[in-house]
Design a protein around this ligand. Structure first.
Ligand code: NAP
Length: 282
């Protein structure tokens, strides 16, 4: 019988922590403030930004959304917000105009406000084992494993996807936990032969149904990061639900990694605000 790795209970715990942090900061005259910079008219992204703003409001974090149209506009906004003493966290929403890469523009986010670990400096520090904000989705995967007491040490972990925001940081976090890590991508031949060796399988490809029962060995812990819009307006992961018949544990979509990611982002904002000291310090 597969365990469903529901993320909602863990997300509620993290949100409660963020709310307590936000209340203490507000009482001390330093209300935490998140800024989201977006240049996309993509409906899925717009929905995500609205959901972040709603979630922020619920835990007592102010959230402004700054709409830009060009890379130059985005860079200017990120610099302005980085210098703004009243702003504690900054998120740059993708997709970006003209095919710009996140890492190219996110370098303009002050590292202390880089609450989604998008500045390449943050990823560099993560890989070097130095303190930095970790991309929230990658951190959410590890938080799920911790919450369900899934040990990574000594196990074979396979990550499907090598993006800078999810695949690469997740692989490093698992490596830091002493897993033996393999990263797969779109040019990996015979994917099922590799994924079937995993004790822990993390899938972040953005391809609905990419991973089926034949990709998974019995007993594997499968974390599905994929969030794909379905024709009926719902959300589907990258993992075929039939994998539940084989896997030892499987995170659902929706209700798995997603809510934990949002909660961690909010906690990062309160942590960034707390580290700022007084409202007069950046
Ligand atoms: P991305 O930048 O498009 O990267 C996708 C990765 O998957 C790439 O490395 C790609 O390989 C690999 N890939 C694509 N097709 C593949 C295939 N057939 N076989 C093996 N690998 C394949 O996407 P992302 O930003 O990392 O996001 C991944 C998924 O996570 C998306 O569904 C996204 O919506 C979701 N997401 C979820 C959360 C959450 O909180 N749950 C947050 C953010 C994103 P190449 O490098 O070779 O192209």
């Amino acid at each position: 019988m597969t365990t469903s790795l529901d993320g909602r209970e863990l997300a509620a715990e993290i949100r409660a922590d963020a709310a307590a942090g936000a209340a203490a900061l507000t009482a001390a005259g330093r209300p935490p403030h998140l800024a989201v910079v977006t240049a996309t008219t993509d409906e899925a992204s717009a929905w995500y930004v609205r959901s972040i703003a709603r979630a922020a409001a619920k835990v007592g974090i102010a959230c402004d959304v700054d709409g830009e149209e060009t890379s130059a506009g985005i860079t200017a906004a990120l610099r302005r917000l980085s210098a703004d003493l009243g702003v504690h966290g900054i998120i740059l929403q993708t997709p970006l105009p003209g095919g710009a890469r996140l890492a190219e523009l996110a370098g303009a986010i002050a590292p202390g406000k880089d609450v989604d670990g998008a500045n390449p400096l943050s990823l560099g520090r993560l890989v070097a084992g130095l303190p930095a904000f970790t991309p929230a989705t990658a951190e959410a995967v590890l938080a799920m494993l911790d919450h369900y007491q899934v040990k990574a040490a000594g196990r074979r972990a396979v990550v499907v996807g090598r993006s800078v925001v999810i695949g690469k940081p997740v692989a490093h976090l698992l490596l830091d936990r002493d897993a033996t890590v393999t990263i797969c991508h779109s040019r990996t031949p015979d994917l099922p032969a590799i994924t079937a060796q995993a004790g822990i399988l993390v899938v972040a490809a953005g391809r609905p149904g990419l991973i089926g029962p034949a990709h998974v060995a019995p007993g594997t812990t499968v974390i599905d990061v994929g969030t794909n819009a379905t024709a009926d307006g719902g959300l589907a992961g990258d993992v075929d639900p039939a994998v539940a018949e084989v896997a030892g544990a499987l995170s659902p979509v929706p209700g798995g990694v997603g809510p934990v990611t949002t909660a961690l982002l909010l906690r990062h904002v309160t942590q960034a605000a707390a580290a700022t000291g007084t409202a007069g310090e950046a």
